[in-house]
Design a protein around this ligand. Structure first.
Ligand SMILES: Nc1ncnc2c1ncn2[C@@H]1O[C@H](COP(=O)(O)OP(=O)(O)O)[C@@H](O)[C@H]1O
Ligand SMILES: [Mg+2]
Length: 480
């Protein structure tokens, strides 16, 4: 429609438009049949209001051939029978073509040259071509037009006359086709508002039917949206990850409110499913607010104004930002803009710098978000700084959760279940082994870990808040 309105559409655009318009009546009729929701009803009514658009489809159907050329200036767009004058001009042109065929036959017989042929090109027009082998048989009334390497081209006054007839008829019919075409696009232009509105409603319908299909195929349920600040999800799933693990995805609950469960501190081994869990919560909330069904058995979402996330590590070297700088820029944006109505996801904040730096930032962020505007912000916070879990005791809206695993001998079994309470192991070395890090490195890492554990460093950071001075000496190493 943009091209139609700006006057640079092609006949192919009109055919495409016609195909779209042809789809409208069945869509509208099926909406009329079973109107369930208010929005569907509204769409049906809007589409019905523009029923005259069907006339446009008919107008295009009558005028334009099914497979028109790209160019609008070269003819071949308009159907025979649509315009009498055009038909007449085309008759002249095609009769003349028949005349040319007869003329060629006649000249062959007259000259006795079997290879004589009548041709046409854009520069020289119509010509009679005779190969050099027959140059001694050229009839006397032929006038030379062009010399080629192995042939000579001629014309006769009779051919010349026909040529101008054909060419004017052709020119005229092309011009007329263009004129007809432009008239049709002008008519279409006057309906551009209806066409665009219709497209918009069809777009809404398209979204709704797609969401319905996804909901049906993936067993989603209708969420409730509430005015309070609770988020209650039963058996929530990650809509994308669950599709990569057919039947293998473990559903989890999420319970958040603005009281004891406002700030969920999620710990648990690497690979346990922390990131997946946090993201599924945010995705379910976003889907619910977008009007979609959600992957859960129950969901009620206290309306969220913005979702803020800090996830994954990437850098933006080209614009002069290190990995950690990117992390901090994103963090700054979150802390400066999150409101009590927001949902914040912080996935392992503070990992890109030294342990003490990172831990200090992470802890300060928890405190800040918890106390933000006195009421705090709903947040999911995944971390390997296990010392942070001590904050549950100090900050009343913080709640510890972890994702359960089972140790069976040397094996770590991921249960994928989120459960209340903290964990104090990350099993990072375990995951390193799974990933194929050489055994030698793994063994040595385990040795180092044992030594560090003996020295008991950051672990006690929380307890030592008061007795900092005594323990400060010990706090010199690494978190697990
Ligand atoms: N609830 C779940 N059920 C089944 N598999 C899961 C679940 N959550 C996560 N996973 C699997 O575990 C992998 C690691 O999850 P991820 O959330 O990245 O772990 P973490 O952030 O704790 O290191 C995912 O890619 C997914 O394949
Ligand atoms: Mg993760």
């Amino acid at each position: 429609m943009g091209r139609v309105v700006y006057g640079n559409s092609s006949a192919r655009d009109l055919i495409a438009l016609k195909r779209s318009l042809d789809a409208l009546p069945p869509v509208r009729d099926s909406l009329m049949e079973k109107i369930g929701s208010g929005l569907l009803k509204e769409i049906a009514e809007r589409l019905a209001a523009f029923s005259e658009l069907e006339n446009l489809a008919e107008m295009i159907e009558k005028a334009i051939v099914d497979e028109p050329p790209v160019s609008v200036r070269e003819g071949g767009m308009i159907k025979p029978g649509y315009n009498a004058e055009l038909d007449e001009l085309r008759d002249i042109a095609s009769n003349s073509k028949r005349w040319i065929a007869t003329f060629q036959q006649k000249e062959k017989e007259k000259s006795g040259i079997k290879s004589l042929k009548v041709g046409y090109n854009k520069v020289f027009g119509y010509y009679i071509e005779i190969t050099n082998a027959n140059s001694n048989q050229v009839p006397e009334d032929y006038i030379r037009k062009q010399t080629l390497a192995n042939a000579e081209r001629f014309f006769t006054p009779e051919l010349k006359e026909k040529e101008s007839l054909i060419l004017t008829a052709n020119d005229k019919s092309k011009a007329l086709e263009y004129e007809i075409f432009m008239k049709i696009t002008q008519t279409l232009s006057t309906h551009s508002r209806e066409l665009q509105e219709t497209a918009e409603w069809i777009g809404v319908l398209d979204v709704l039917t797609d969401l319905a299909e996804v909901a049906e195929n993936n067993n989603y349920i209708r969420p409730q949206l509430t005015d309070d600040c609770k988020i209650l999800i039963r058996d929530g799933r990650h809509p994308v990850v669950e599709n990569t693990l057919p039947g293998g995805f473990v559903p989890n609950d999420t319970e958040m409110d603005c009281k004891e469960n406002q700030f969920l501190l999620v710990t648990g081994p690497n690979m346990a499913g922390k990131s997946t869990y946090m993201r599924q919560t945010a995705l379910i909330a976003i889907m619910a607010q977008a009007g979609s069904f959600v992957p859960a058995s129950h969901a009620s979402i206290g309306i969220i104004d913005q979702v803020f996330t800090r996830i994954g590590a990437f850098d933006d070297l080209a614009s002069g930002q290190s990995t950690f700088m990117v992390e901090m820029v994103e963090l700054a944006n979150i802390l400066n803009n999150a409101t009590p109505r927001s949902l914040v996801l912080l996935d392992e904040i503070g990992r890109g710098t030294s342990t003490y730096d990172g831990y200090s930032i992470a802890k300060s962020v928890v405190e800040f978000l918890h106390n933000r505007g006195k009421v705090g912000v709903r947040a999911l916070f995944a971390t390997h700084y296990h010392q942070l879990t001590a904050l549950e005791e100090k900050l009343k809206r913080v709640k510890n959760y972890h994702i359960a695993v089972k140790e069976e001998g040397h094996e770590l079994v991921f249960l994928r279940k989120i459960v209340p309470g903290a964990t104090d192991r990350s099993y990072g070395i375990h995951v390193a082994r799974l990933a194929g890090v050489p055994e030698k490195v793994i063994d040595r890492a385990n040795e180092i870990l044992k030594e560090l554990e003996k020295e008991n460093m950051l672990e006690d950071a929380e307890d030592s808040e008061n007795g900092k001075k005594e323990k400060a000496k010990q706090q010199h190493a690494i978190h697990r």
